[in-house]
Design a protein around this ligand. Structure first.
Ligand code: HEC
Length: 268
């Protein structure tokens, strides 16, 4: 049912826009004309006619016009530079076909990276029509965690911190059930994730300290800055902290990061 509605709305759309020149179309309308099946049932999308070699001269020209318009458009997502690159190869391939310089559509086929271009440039909308942003850098590394410095060992080789860790707890809930008029009590397992406070020891050989500008704190300065009782951030992944997160921190904030970080976030 949903599928039928979708096709219907697209059909309406294409018939309205069919009279517009390629230059006046939005990217969405160009995509519908070039890459979606046509109005008549069983008809191939325009690009497929061209790829199959069954397109008329007019259809080949139409595809070229659409790609020229696409190249001039500004995508709602992704860099304009990447867009220009992706669309230039389409224009070149369609031009070769219009001019009869190629035997088949293999160049166009190669240029038509539907998935790649959509991943880079096709915006994602929520059900209410608002734009959904990519996770970006935020998705490449888990954000640091707040920890409290509990102790610094006498030999200064290790520290211990308090941190919350998720823990799955199973409990049983009693439920009254009735079968054939007889009531009985049954135990039903209930799983719940709780955050437990844990103290853990960290060997200093495995961590490095950074300030909120991403600059590394080194040597004796580490001991001037680290004080038991203070709250700091601990980054567990080996990826650098997203600079967007660093901006949210106060100038005094410190980050413990794994020593395997290739370089400090500021030197990136
Ligand atoms: C050069 C980049 C690019 C290439 C290549 C590309 N697309 Fe798209 N396509 C887009 C963008 C950008 C959108 C989103 C338009 C919008 O909603 O603003 C889109 C949207 C669409 C849509 C949705 C249209 C609508 O009604 O919302 C379809 C269907 C589609 N593309 C099919 C294809 C197919 C099939 C291919 C490969 C044969 C392809 N596209 C290749 C950029 C591209």
């Amino acid at each position: 049912m949903i599928r039928t509605l979708f096709l219907l709305s697209v059909t309406l759309f294409t018939s309205i826009t069919a009279s517009l020149a390629a230059d006046e179309l939005t990217i969405q309308q160009i995509e519908q004309r070039a890459h979606l099946p046509g109005r008549a049932a069983g008809k191939k999308p325009l690009y497929k006619e061209v790829l199959a070699g069954t397109a008329t001269k007019e259809q080949k020209q139409e595809l070229l016009d659409l790609y020229l318009a696409l190249a001039k458009a500004k995508p709602a997502k992704g860099s304009q530079e990447a867009w220009q690159k992706a669309t230039a190869t389409l224009v070149t391939a369609a031009q070769e076909i219009v001019r009869g310089e190629v035997k088949d559509g293999s160049n166009l086929q190669a240029a038509l990276n539907c998935k790649g271009c959509h991943a880079a440039h096709r915006p994602v909308y929520a059900i209410d029509g608002t734009l959904v942003e990519d996770a970006g850098d935020f998705g490449t590394a888990a954000p640091p965690q707040f920890v409290k410095l509990a102790n610094i060992s006498k030999d200064k080789l290790s520290i211990s911190v308090y941190a919350f860790e998720p823990h799955v707890e199973t409990s049983f809930r009693e439920e009254e059930v009735e079968a054939d008029g007889v009531k009985s009590v049954r135990k039903v397992p209930v799983m719940e994730t709780v955050q437990l406070l844990r103290q853990s020891q960290i060997s200093l050989a495995y961590v490095r300290l950074f300030d909120s500008t991403g600059k590394e704190v080194k040597g004796d300065e580490v001991w001037n800055r680290l004080k038991p009782g203070m709250t700091l951030l601990r980054q567990t992944g080996s990826k650098q902290v997203d600079p967007v997160l660093l901006k949210l921190l106060s100038p005094e904030a410190l980050i413990l990061a794994p020593s395997i970080l290739p370089s400090s976030p500021a030197e990136k």
